[in-house]
Design a protein around this ligand. Sequence first.
Ligand SMILES: Nc1nc2c(c(=O)[nH]1)N[C@H]1C(S)=C(S)[C@@H](COP(=O)(O)O)O[C@H]1N2
Ligand SMILES: [Mo]
Length: 223
Amino acid sequence: MSDDDKPGLIGKIKDKLIASKEKTAAAGRHITGRVDRGHENRLPPGQHLVDKWPVLDLGAQPDVSADKWRLRIEGAVENTVTLTLADFMALPQTRYVSDIHCVTTWSRYDNRWDGVASQTIIDLVKPTADARHVIFHSYDGYTTNIKLDVFNEPDVILAHSWEGEPLTREHGGPVRGIVPQWYFWKSAKWIRRIEFSAVDKPGFWEERGYHNEADPWTEERYS
Ligand SMILES: Nc1nc2c(c(=O)[nH]1)N[C@H]1C(S)=C(S)[C@@H](COP(=O)(O)O)O[C@H]1N2
Ligand SMILES: [Mo]
């Protein structure tokens, strides 16, 4: 952690984080598996199923080496932190399986993600009472926004691995966001900064005609 972080913050709250994780696991939420949102069909309207995982981005795939990677979490939070990859890997780890739905109409089922649950990040940084939005900032300049309520869903994860292997550079390694409930453009690759905010800040695609939410079940594709 960098100098401006509170000393030993992660160490101090780690026991608390683990305790809260055990609590949610006991409640049957935080366990490995999928969140069933009760949709009758598994494939959202206008989507088709693919087997191979396509690559989509703005054309530049930043080369963020593990030792240079930092994740700063700031804004409307009590604890601003800057995590190294070692700090990040030392946080309680979670595994989720979820489906990808891309607005370009492909969907891919059963993607196994390992990483840190968004709820662990929330416990770590403690959003202030006025926080309503979360904005992801990436190493390629990409940004995307979701509501704090969505970030707080139990299957949102900052993933470092897919199918048991470290995320490749083209898919956003070392660490990317995964927001399974929304179209995939909300899942920022190569994340470098997570900003909690009282006000909304539409991201790269949201400013270019994409919907501010991104619900594949109601086809919130364009605004
Ligand atoms: N940093 C960053 N994240 C990004 C993008 C991007 O261009 N830059 N593209 C988004 C879009 S539009 C999609 S569909 C998915 C694609 O992720 P994939 O290449 O791993 O399939 O990443 C999303 N996250
Ligand atoms: Mo996309």
